[in-house]
Design a protein around this ligand. Structure first.
Ligand SMILES: [Zn+2]
Length: 468
């Protein structure tokens, strides 16, 4: 298996992040004057973050006149700078969101999806898992995701396979998942295409998702032919957590049942670099709720942590637990770092990376995205190096190839160049990402796409065991 295979399978792509400047020009050429550019407050929020009031109509007028994509690139592509942040990236992504929204409002999905699939075919991709989010519920949620999944199903031919991952509503994950089950139950023809559920945007404490993970596990046993798997964005943007908690969030996501973890910068970034990323001393405090969860985790994993050189003082932690009992969950505990705590953070990273390897959990690493969003001060501090040196399963992905103006091929080449790895060594270390596709172990019953009993519609939901 040579490096070519690494450039064929992308397991982490957001549909709205796919549009390169030229594609945006094509999509908006005839409608840019009618687009609601302040959709979701885009222009106001952009001005608030970057201090510039954008004039998208003027930008398109000039692009159409001159054929130059320079201005479009400037506003729709998020480029690397050392202090980059998720917030800046996120607002940049609203530019293409406004174009996509124009078509969504008109119930047209073909103009949105065709350019993506066409480009990925041209780039030589053979297998892609697209993830997508709609901020809707109920019938509308099923309607939109059904249309997208059907388009991708129909686009899967001639050596190109598209699969679909649906983002769940983090505030009501079980209900949202139930909608996915209902969609699959009502449309058995989409079962093969819909392979997973995802959480992205603001990260969610894995403990809040435990009931969902338990439901997924139960459904997998009941419905081996049409289960879906969970992927989650985690350890990417975690400034409001201690580093210990950010590492724990990655670990707990895997322990609870996420098949693949996106990014895990928290497992790969040197702690000294992580805490120096923001002037207000990032990660030096967190909520009482997180501190309590961290203490519980440390007590539970004390023996394993000790094996990695992290000494857990159970008496001290139990005393702290009692002190925290009287405090409101959302209040803040400060907990500054010193040299020995920073060393322990490195050991905790080692412990969790080894445990991910044991569990078989895959880290979806997105080199350019991590560099741009992660506040990485320089390539030598990129978290990839550490992840690569571990034994955890890795898949190289693009995340938002349009917004980062990259391709999967670029990402693989960059890894080789940035980290001075030969293509052969990279291929040997990472393996074939196709092996990490979701729902690969579904077992089909004869002539059917799986069971369609009541449990598969999600109305056999388990009682949540941990509600917060
Ligand atoms: Zn992503």
């Amino acid at each position: 298996m040579g490096p070519r295979r690494l450039k064929e399978t992308d397991l982490h792509i957001h549909t709205v992040g796919c549009y390169h400047p030229g594609q945006l020009l094509d999509m908006a050429r005839d409608c840019y004057r009618r687009i609601n550019w302040n959709r979701f407050g885009f222009l106001d929020r952009y001005e608030g973050i970057f201090g510039v009031r954008l004039d998208p109509v003027g930008i398109f007028e000039r692009a159409v006149d001159t054929g130059s994509l320079d201005e479009l690139r400037e506003v729709s592509v998020y480029e690397y700078r050392p202090g980059g942040s998720f917030e800046e990236f996120n607002i940049t992504s609203y530019f293409s969101n406004a174009v996509v929204g124009y078509y969504l409002d008109r119930e047209e999905h073909e103009p949105i999806l065709a350019p993506i699939v066409r480009r990925h075919r041209q780039e030589g991709l053979t297998y892609v898992e697209y993830r997508n989010a709609f901020a809707t519920h109920g019938e509308e949620f099923r309607h939109w995701h059904g249309r997208f999944a059907r388009y991708l199903r129909d686009a899967s031919s001639d050596g190109f396979t598209a699969r679909y991952i649906i983002r769940l509503d983090g505030r009501a994950p079980l209900e949202s998942y139930q909608e996915v089950r209902q969609l699959m139950s009502e449309h058995p023809d989409l079962v093969e295409t819909i392979v997973g559920v995802d959480f992205s945007g603001k990260e969610i404490a894995p403990r809040q998702l435990l009931p969902l993970y338990e439901q997924l596990r139960a459904d997998r046993q009941r419905c081996p032919g049409n289960f879906v798997e969970a992927v989650v964005h985690i350890g990417e943007d975690f400034f409001d957590l201690s580093l210990e908690s950010a590492i724990r969030w990655c670990h707990e996501s895997a322990l609870y049942g996420a098949t693949r973890l996106a990014h895990c910068i928290a497992l790969g970034m040197e702690p000294r670099v992580a805490i120096a990323r923001r002037r207000e001393r990032a990660h030096q405090g967190e909520t009482v709720r997180e501190r309590r969860d961290q203490i519980e985790y440390d007590l539970q994993h004390a023996d394993d942590l000790a094996a990695y050189g992290v000494q857990v003082d159970a008496d001290a932690l139990e005393r702290e637990q009692r002190d925290l009992e009287t405090r409101e969950e959302d209040t803040w505990v400060r907990w500054p770092y010193d040299g020995s705590r920073l060393q322990d953070v490195v050991r905790r990273q080692d412990y969790v990376l080894d445990d991910l390897a044991r569990l078989g959990t895959v880290i979806e690493t997105c080199p350019t995205s991590n560099l741009c969003i992660g506040g990485v001060p320089g390539i030598e501090h990129h978290p990839f190096g550490r992840l690569y040196a571990s034994e955890a399963n890795l898949a190289i992905c693009t995340d938002d190839p349009g917004i980062f103006d990259t391709t999967l091929s670029d990402e693989v080449d960059r890894v080789c160049e940035w980290f001075q790895v030969s293509p052969e060594d990279l291929a040997a270390r990472v393996g074939d990402p196709f092996a990490y596709r979701l729902a690969a172990t579904r077992t089909m019953s004869t002539g059917d796409s799986g069971c369609h009993g009541s449990s598969c519609r999600g109305d056999g939901l388990l009682e949540g065991t941990l509600q917060r």
